[in-house]
Design a protein around this ligand. Structure first.
Ligand code: NAD
Length: 426
């Protein structure tokens, strides 16, 4: 497991995210009967950069941080992928996340390849000045790799629009021209897109609603639980509530809360804004973060980190639909159990692809220097996500597999086609 330890983990289970990503790829490549040479090309990252980043801390001392940028594949367009700041970042985790980006962009059919970056650090314990110096040093070190037509970073766990602004500025300073298209998830006033902040959650809610339609679940009486109350999770809770769902439980790194009559999401958001956590919210009982996953609900949204639904707790999952706002929350062993139980898992490469889709819109707007209203962004997002859901659902039915394998078959097929047409050079 790469991030936050869960007490229910089974040590015999494969929890290395890169090996998990490889095994998900292999399962689908086998069903696609992908030729062995092409399989070897597509499963590996194209470039993997490991960095030592010296930063002068506020104490006056220098601390050397470890950072990474991995470009998995660029057959279908420039590489695209977020940057994560977290104490448990690892090279293998970044490689896994980079490959998931390749399959994600192909699933929603946007013209990007996949990349990801990460720095081992705890931004919650760093000052703003330290974060800026670390970010600029990292941006400088990767500035030969990134660029609007090469590789375009974005926010991920514990990174935000301010960090994107520093990266954009560092890149622009070293390249001699202002270059807003080098990152997405920027502040609106620097060329960011309307709707980008909500896009991951909005896309997740679009596909969760489509899945409810397919399964005949009435939204007016539907219930949901959300693990992780950060950018993706808190906005998903708000948008699900707006769609008619009763949100009965949520959690963050400090624990969970439950109210079977439904949480007041607006008050909860205000409470979290004030205290930094959902823990201690009045009008709800305290439960563990693990227990939030095991509630009987129509839709469960894991929106925290990897390896949360494993072989150890998969049998206890009672949701009808699992909509993966997080990347990699379900292990392959757990996938098999959930599939047997008849639970529809909307895989990360589909369910959280709204973020990268609106990042693509942001990049298009930056290059065209022509900016859209939020309604336009959301309409286009709904169209892309609806089409992606239908494509994945159709592929899963055609191959008689779960939705994750269906998404991989669809995505790998698209990337393989592009790679074959371009050919292997020289
Ligand atoms: P974030 O930092 O805003 O939020 C993460 C949340 O998870 C925080 O509330 C944190 O307290 C909580 N958390 C951490 N450990 C937990 C635990 N053990 N139990 C319960 N909660 C826990 O990050 P985010 O941007 O919302 O990203 C969350 C997930 O969504 C990640 O897997 C990320 O890769 C994925 N994702 C995010 C985006 C995006 O646009 N932000 C896009 C695609 C995928």
């Amino acid at each position: 497991m790469a991030l936050t330890a869960s007490p229910v983990l089974d040590t015999a289970e494969e929890l290395n995210p890169f090996r998990i990503a490889m095994s998900q790829f292999d399962t689908a490549a086998e069903l696609l009967r992908l030729e062995p040479d092409l399989r070897e090309v597509l499963r590996r990252p194209r470039r993997s950069l490991s960095l030592s980043l010296p930063v002068r801390m506020d104490s006056g001392k220098i601390h050397v941080f470890d950072g990474y940028r991995v470009q998995h594949n660029n057959s279908r367009g420039p590489c695209k992928g977020g940057i994560r700041y977290h104490p448990n970042v690892s090279f293998d985790e970044v490689k896994a996340l980079a490959s998931w980006m390749t399959w994600k962009c192909a699933t929603v059919n946007i013209p990007f390849g996949g990349a990801k970056g990460g720095i081992i650090c705890d931004p919650r314990k760093m000052s703003k000045g330290e974060l800026e110096r670390l970010t600029r040093r990292y941006a400088y070190e990767i500035s030969d790799l990134i660029g609007p037509d090469r590789d375009i970073p974005a926010p991920d766990v514990y990174t935000d629009s301010q960090i994107m602004a520093w990266i954009m500025d560092t890149y622009s300073m070293t390249h001699g021209a202002s270059s807003p298209g080098v990152v997405t998830g920027k502040p609106i006033w620097l060329g960011g897109s309307e709707g980008r902040n909500e896009a991951t959650a909005r896309g997740c809610v679009f596909v969760a609603r489509r899945a409810c339609e397919v399964l005949g679940i009435d939204l007016k009486n539907a219930t949901a639980a959300v693990q992780g109350f950060g950018n993706a999770g808190s906005i998903a809770a708000r948008l699900l509530a707006k769609s008619g769902f009763k949100i009965i439980a949520v959690s963050d790194s400090r624990g969970g809360i439950l109210n079977r009559k439904g949480l007041d999401v607006a008050s909860l958001l205000a409470y979290k804004e004030k205290t930094g956590s959902v823990a201690g919210f009045s009008g709800a009982e305290k439960i563990s973060s693990e227990a939030v996953l095991e509630l009987e609900v129509d839709v469960l949204v894991p929106a925290a980190l990897e390896n949360q639904i494993t072989r150890a707790n998969a049998e206890k999952i009672r949701a009808k639909i699992v909509a993966e706002a997080a990347n990699g929350p379900t292990t392959p062993a757990a996938d098999t159990v959930l599939h047997k139980k008849g639970i529809m898992v909307l895989p990360d490469i589909l369910a959280n692809a709204g973020g990268v889709t609106v990042s693509y819109f942001e990049w298009v707007q930056d290059l065209a220097e022509d900016f859209w209203e939020e309604g336009e962004v959301n309409r286009r997002l709904e169209k892309v996500m609806g089409k992606a859901f239908d494509d994945v659902h159709r592929t899963a039915k055609e191959y008689a597999v779960d939705m994750r394998t269906g998404a991989y078959i669809l995505a790998i097929g698209r990337v393989a086609k592009a790679t074959q047409s371009r050919g292997i050079w020289p």
